[in-house]
Design a protein around this ligand. Structure first.
Ligand SMILES: Cc1ncc(C[n+]2csc(CCOP(=O)(O)OP(=O)(O)O)c2C)c(N)n1
Ligand SMILES: [Mg+2]
Length: 336
């Protein structure tokens, strides 16, 4: 390694956020591993024709969901988007009920009728995944308004993609949230693509962070491949919300390894680009740090990985043993 490369690494290490206590660090890792395993299993089930509808996976983006949700409490609320399994699981959704819902079984959160795109989990404060680009943004603002009126210091967080940066609705909501000082956290997962289109082909303005600063909302660019960096930024945003200081806007730079949905061949992406981003993998990154700083051995990390794989397999088995929804279930909501 050249001297300048060594210096670069040293500088990066100095700037890296400190590791939380061992138990918390391992919990962050396990949560990211779980999301990855959950979706990898779904990918193979989808290929076998066993998942109804379209399937949008978040592999590569796990650090954003996990970093943000690790700073939220049970009474805080999230709103998600179409790439939402990670958000749901990170907010505390049961693996079994989430799997059952995506596989269309009665034991799912919506009796197997909502599927991956309308996965609503009132038990854990999740206003749901959402098929409308930017659709979760006003829902989170509404939840933030209600939290503000309750006055217990709760916050509402919203995850959306870079594609939502150009939705008129986002500007209206940011304006309202700023004027009313809502305890809302707007989290843009900038993975560089909206469906099959690169962000630079459709989004004017070089810096998406400016979408927040124009409303005087504290806004920051975050390394979305580093769960600890996301967590730190989220902690600042949550503290502002709880203290009555209003909304925050985070732009997390990240990447989806797969296509827009399973089955998209990604002909619009360069294979080298995918390879480069995989080198920044959030799970690998945290694993390496845990090993390097003596918090967990490679064996301990592999054991966690085996544990989440088993949990996911058990969830699939449990879902498969469940009934399909009946015609009577149509229109019914499940609140517990
Ligand atoms: C209002 C609206 N317009 C268009 C679509 C079709 N659509 C579904 S996902 C998507 C791209 C979203 O990109 P982004 O917000 O960056 O999220 P990503 O898929 O990258 O996670 C589009 C255009 C939609 N669902 N809703
Ligand atoms: Mg995108």
């Amino acid at each position: 390694m050249s001297d300048s490369a060594k210096q670069k690494r040293k500088k990066a290490a100095a700037a890296a956020p400190p590791l939380p206590a061992a138990e918390q660090s391992l919990a962050l890792l396990r949560q990211m591993q779980l999301i990855r395993a959950f979706e990898e299993k779904l990918r193979s089930l989808f290929s076998a024709g066993l998942v109804p509808g379209l399937l949008h996976l978040c592999a590569g983006q796990e650090a954003v969901a996990v970093g943000v949700c690790s700073e939220l409490g049970a009474a805080d609320v999230i709103a998600s988007n179409h790439r939402g399994h990670g958000h749901c699981l990170a907010k505390g959704a049961s693996v079994n009920r989430t799997m059952a819902e995506v596989l269309g079984r009665r034991s799912g959160y919506g009796l197997g009728r909502s599927g991956t795109l309308h996965l609503f989990d009132s038990v854990n404060g999740n206003l749901g995944t959402n098929g409308i680009v930017g659709g979760g943004i006003p829902l989170a603002a509404g939840a933030a308004l209600s939290a503000k009126r309750r006055g217990r210091g709760e916050v509402a967080a919203c995850f959306f993609g870079d594609g939502a940066l150009n939705q008129g609705l986002m500007f209206e909501v940011l304006n309202m949230a700023a004027i009313w000082k809502l305890p809302a956290i707007f989290i843009c997962e900038n993975n560089g693509y909206g469906e099959f289109t690169a962000i630079e082909d459709v989004t004017a303005g070089l810096n998406p962070v400016a979408r927040g600063t124009v409303f005087d909302i504290p806004s920051e660019a975050v390394d979305g491949m580093d769960v600890l960096a996301v967590r730190e930024a989220a902690a600042r945003a949550v503290a502002r919300g709880r203290a009555g200081e209003g909304p925050s806007f985070l732009v997390c730079t990240t990447y989806r390894y797969g296509g827009h949905h399973v089955g998209d061949s990604q002909s619009y992406k360069d294979a080298e680009e995918v390879r480069e981003w995989k080198e920044k993998d959030p799970i690998l990154k945290l694993s390496r740090r845990l090993e390097a700083e003596g918090v967990a051995s490679a064996e301990r990390i592999a054991a966690l990985e085996a544990e989440v794989q088993a949990e996911v397999l058990a969830a699939v088995e449990a879902a498969n043993a469940e009934a399909l929804p009946t015609a009577d279930d149509l229109g019914r909501f499940l609140y517990a």
